[in-house]
Design a protein around this ligand. Structure first.
Ligand code: ZN
Length: 130
């Protein structure tokens, strides 16, 4: 496996939706494609007890990440549809917009995962909070 995808790297925690501190506990209560309570997070890590809400309203900031992710998706999808495939610009925008709605849960979870990883670092061999 590539080094940046291994346990101990931020991308491992972000892409696997794991606790940023121990990389063991899950951030979310249900799997991504369960469609049951897709937005419910644990309050703290089930393994190392790292708090997931560092302060009240902590995840407001993750909206900036979600904005960047959905903006990137919109631009790249529109670019591929319009410039590469030659699809009418309005249809290209429509395809990109439908994609954003389809990816909503992914964007929501990934932006929160990125956000908490900006503030909490990996600590190897931590099992309980000291
Ligand atoms: Zn943890």
């Amino acid at each position: 496996m590539a080094k940046f995808l291994e346990k101990g790297s931020k991308s491992y925690s972000i892409l696997n939706y794991k606790c940023p501190r121990c990389h063991e506990g899950d951030l979310f209560k249900t799997p991504m494609l369960s469609f049951k309570k897709p937005f419910e997070m644990y309050e703290k890590c089930p393994v190392c007890e790292q708090k997931y809400v560092l302060e009240p309203g902590f995840y407001w900031g993750s909206m900036y990440v979600a904005y960047a992710l959905s903006g990137g998706w919109m631009l790249s999808t529109f670019g591929i549809c319009f410039f590469v495939l030659g699809i009418h610009p309005l249809v290209s925008v429509g395809i990109a917009a439908v994609g954003v709605f389809a990816l909503y849960v992914w964007i929501f979870r990934t932006s929160r995962s990125i956000w908490i990883n900006l503030f909490v670092s990996f600590k190897a061999f931590v099992t309980k909070k000291a």
